[in-house]
Design a protein around this ligand. Structure first.
Ligand code: FE2
Length: 286
C-alpha cells in the first residue's frame, strides 16, 4: 500500500522528521519530531514542531501515532508538545529500558524515575504489527547505532532512523553506550532483505560536499551504492571501517541535553524547588 510521506528537514541538526499518512483514511503517524534547543541560552523553540502541526491541520490528518526510531542524541524530541497539539499515541522500541539503564547513573536520575519504558504509550517488540489508518505496518528491531533502535515499515515505506544514512553517507556511529558495529551490520542485512523497491527514509542528512538535503532512497539503491554497507561489504570490513571512523568523531553538540530528555519521552526532568527545570552536565563521564 502506498503511503503519503512528507519530510521536514532541520538544517540546525540535520534531522528529518516525517508525517506518514494513509490516503484512504487521512490517518497519520509522525516520526522523530524535534524540539529545537539553544545550548547557549537554554531556550527551547517549537518552530520545527509547529511546521508539522500546521501541515497536519492543513491536510486534515488525524494523528494515530507519534513514533521515535530511537533515543536521539543530537536533538530533543517534541513528543509531549505534539501530543498536546495533535494527539496520538507515543511509541518506541521495546529495548528502551536498556538505554534508560545505561544513562541512569550518568545523569543520576531521580529515585522514582521508572526504568521500564512506561513513559511511552507503547513499546514495540520485534515484528510487532500496527495500523496507520488502514495501512499495515511492522516494527523491526534494528539495534547497533543504539541498543533500542527500531525501523518502521509503514505500507511501502520503511523509516530506518539512524540505521542507515543516504547511500553517499553510509551509516551512523556505533560508539554511544550500548552501540555495536557488528550488530548494526546484521540489522542492515534485515532491512536489505525487504523488497528492493521499498522506499527508504532516513533520519539524518549531513549534506556531504554541500549537496542539497536528501532523505529518500530505496532498498535497491542502498544495496547497490551505500558507501559503508552494500551487497559487496563483509561484516568484518564494515566493522573495521566503522570503529576507525567512530574514533575520529566528536560528541554531538546536544547529546547531554538530548539524552536526559529523550529517555523521558521528551519530558523535561522535574523542576527544582524554585519551579525552574535544569538540565545536567555530568563532568568527565562521557
Ligand atoms: Fe541517532
Amino acid at each position: 500500500m502506498t503511503v503519503d510521506v512528507k519530510g521536514f528537514f532541520d538544517p540546525e541538526t540535520g534531522t528529518v522528521s516525517y508525517v506518514v499518512s494513509d490516503p484512504a483514511t487521512s490517518r497519520a503517524a509522525v516520526l522523530d519530531s524535534l524540539l529545537s534547543f539553544d545550548p547557549k541560552s537554554g531556550r527551547t523553540s517549537t518552530a520545527c514542531a509547529d511546521a508539522i502541526v500546521a501541515f497536519v491541520r492543513d491536510a486534515g490528518l488525524t494523528v494515530d501515532w507519534l513514533l521515535e526510531t530511537h533515543v536521539h542524541a543530537d536533538h530533543l524530541s517534541a513528543l509531549p508538545y505534539l501530543k498536546r497539539q495533535v494527539g496520538g499515541r507515543t511509541g518506541i522500541g521495546a529495548n528502551l529500558p536498556a538505554v534508560q539503564k545505561a544513562f541512569k547513573d550518568i545523569f543520576n536520575v531521580e529515585r522514582d524515575f521508572h526504568l521500564d519504558g512506561r513513559q511511552f504509550d507503547r513499546l514495540f517488540a520485534d515484528d510487532e504489527t500496527f495500523l496507520v489508518g488502514t495501512v499495515p505496518s511492522r516494527v523491526f528491531l534494528t539495534p547497533g547505532h543504539t541498543p533500542a533502535c527500531v525501523s518502521y515499515l509503514i505500507g511501502d515505506a520503511v523509516f530506518v532512523g539512524d540505521t542507515l544514512f543516504m547511500p553517499d553517507s553510509g551509516t551512523a556511529r556505533c560508539d554511544f553506550p550500548g552501540g555495536d558495529a557488528p550488530t548494526l551490520y546484521r540489522s542492515v542485512q534485515r532491512l536489505y532483505a525487504l523488497p528492493p523497491e521499498t522506499r527508504m527514509f532516513i533520519c539524518h542528512d549531513y549534506q556531504p560536499g554541500g549537496r542539497p538535503p536528501a532523505f529518500e532512497t530505496t532498498v535497491a539503491e542502498q544495496r547497490a551504492r551505500n558507501i559503508h554497507i552494500n551487497d559487496a561489504t563483509t561484516e568484518e570490513a564494515f566493522v573495521a571501517l566503522r570503529i576507525a571512523r567512530d574514533r575520529t568523531l566528536n560528541m554531538p553538540v546536544l547529546i547531554l541535553p538530548s539524552v536526559q530528555v529523550n529517555i523521558r519521552a521528551g519530558e523535561m526532568p522535574p523542576p527544582e524547588d524554585n519551579g525552574v527545570t535544569y538540565l545536567k552536565i555530568p563532568v568527565n563521564r562521557l
